[in-house]
Design a protein. Structure first.
Length: 304
């Protein structure tokens, strides 16, 4: 039995799982082959519902044949493990599904994965509780000791991406931030915490940030740009074309349009992005996948 795993930001996860379920039914009817749709939170992957599922899956021999995953989750894979368990199927897929020019820097030079979208991470605050004049419109606003700051749980993909960015850019100031920040809950719950006035500033994904904008929620647009949390298609070694229809589905216009509608940046060149990607600073200044993964690992291992 083939395994297909989906782990993307929660605001898109339910819809995608439903659409994939429909596609699985059609695939079974046409091929007679069964495919197990799974997530990292299934008991055989992480019985305690942590995000640390990938290396245990490799050790158990249950790495999915095709995975839709947040980029931060690949950080623990070193060169030896990648060569042993991952397929280099991405280049052939890129030929059929070119990535829009603004996001071509995210292509993997080693060919292990294909970016299907990017979830931008932003800061939010409650304009009814805090005057905008107190903000400098920089990610350094999170270091202001006068602000009560909340992030989702420390092992969440978006927290790992944002924490990695903050630590890599402002290493000397990160220790004080780490002692003050509260890591608690989900992307949705931190939005509620800010809207209620419990916290002053938070980090969440752009999709959740847009839900409650108004008198009680606003985006603190950082001059450094949104922090990037890419979503990737990853093939297990020797999978080949077995689950190609599902990879095609993820890269297709319909699903790419859905990503865009949820505030994420689509890779499909003919799907309109929710913003002008040519203006996105962290896309233009992308330092490569090695730097990205090393920054995530540094955050994972950091202790103030």
């Amino acid at each position: 039995m083939k395994r297909l795993m989906v782990h993307i930001p929660v605001n898109m996860r339910g819809y995608l799982s439903d659409r994939l379920g429909e596609a699985l039914g059609k695939f079974r009817a046409e091929t007679g082959e069964d495919v197990l749709l799974c997530t990292p939170h299934d008991p055989e992957y992480t019985g305690d519902c942590t995000e640390e599922w990938l290396l245990p899956a490799v050790r158990k021999g249950i790495l999915p044949d095709l995975t839709v995953v947040n980029a931060t989750e690949l950080a623990p894979l070193d060169k030896t493990v990648k060569e042993a368990v991952l397929g280099r199927d991405a280049p052939l897929f890129v030929e059929k599904h070119p990535v829009r020019k603004e996001m071509q820097a995210l292509l993997d030079p080693e060919g292990y994965f294909y970016p299907i979208s990017v979830t931008p991470l932003v800061m939010i605050y409650n304009p009814g509780k805090m005057a905008a004049e107190k903000l400098t419109h920089s990610w350094k606003d999170l270091f202001n000791p006068d602000f009560r700051v909340v992030f989702p749980d420390r092992d969440k993909p978006l927290t790992r991406a944002a924490g990695a960015y903050l630590l890599s850019v402002w290493p000397d100031e990160f220790a004080a931030f780490e002692r003050r920040v509260v890591y608690d809950g989900t992307p949705a719950s931190v939005v509620r915490s800010v809207m209620s006035g419990e916290y002053d500033v938070a980090m969440t994904n752009a999709g959740f940030a847009s839900v409650g904008t108004g008198d009680r929620l606003a985006v603190n647009a950082a001059k450094e740009g949104a922090v990037l949390l890419p979503q990737l298609l990853v093939w297990r070694k020797n999978t080949g074309a077995a689950l190609l229809p599902f990879a095609e589905f993820m890269a297709g216009r319909a699903m790419q349009s859905y990503f865009s509608g949820q505030g994420s940046w689509p890779v499909h060149a003919e799907v309109t992005a929710p913003c002008d990607l040519s203006r996105e600073k962290q896309l233009r200044e992308w330092r490569g996948w090695t730097a990205y993964f090393n920054s995530v690992l540094a955050f994972d291992n950091y202790r103030a």
